[in-house]
Design a binder for this molecule. Structure first.
Ligand code: AMP
Length: 125
C-alpha cells in the first residue's frame, strides 16, 4: 500500500529498524549521511536502496527540511556507490517514489539504484 507522505515520520518503519540494527540488511555502503543495502525483492540484476540516516519521510520532506550537509552527503553517497560498483560505463537508473501516485511503500526516504541490464523505457506504458 502506498504511504501518505504528508504524515509525520514514524520510527516504526522498516528502514528505521534497519538503521537501528534491529533487523538485518545486506549492506553495501555506509557513511555519516547514508546507508545502502540490497533490495529484498530486486527488480534488476543490481537493485540497491540508499537511505539517509536522518528521519525523513520522502524526497519531498528531505529536500525541504534536510540540511545542506545532509543533502550533499546523501547525493554524493548515491553517486559514489554507483561509480565504485562500476555502473557508470554501462549506465544505471535512479528512482525515488513519493506518495500515492509515486507508489511509495516505505515511509523513510530511499533512492533505488537499478543496474546490470538494459532497463527499458522509463515508465510502464
Ligand atoms: P518503494 O515502493 O519505493 O517504497 O520501495 C520500497 C522497497 O523496499 C521495495 O523495493 C521493497 O522490496 C524494499 N524493501 C522492503 N523491505 C525491505 C527490507 N527489509 N530490506 C530490503 N529491502 C526492502
Amino acid at each position: 500500500m502506498p504511504i501518505d507522505p504528508t504524515l509525520p515520520y514514524n520510527d516504526d518503519n522498516i528502514f528505521a529498524k534497519i538503521l537501528r540494527g534491529e533487523i538485518p540488511c545486506k549492506k553495501v555502503y555506509e557513511d555519516d549521511s547514508a546507508l545502502a543495502f540490497h533490495d529484498i525483492n530486486p527488480q534488476a540484476p543490481t537493485h540497491i536502496l540508499v537511505i539517509p540516516k536522518g528521519r525523513y519521510v520522502s524526497w519531498d520532506d528531505f529536500s525541504a527540511r534536510g540540511s545542506d550537509r545532509e543533502i550533499a552527503g546523501f547525493v554524493r553517497a548515491v553517486g559514489l556507490i554507483a561509480r565504485e560498483a562500476g555502473y557508470v560505463e554501462s549506465g544505471y537508473r535512479l528512482l525515488a517514489n513519493v506518495g500515492q501516485d509515486g507508489h511509495q511503500e516505505v515511509p523513510h526516504l530511499h533512492v533505488h539504484i537499478f543496474a546490470g541490464r538494459p532497463l527499458g523505457p522509463m515508465l510502464a506504458r
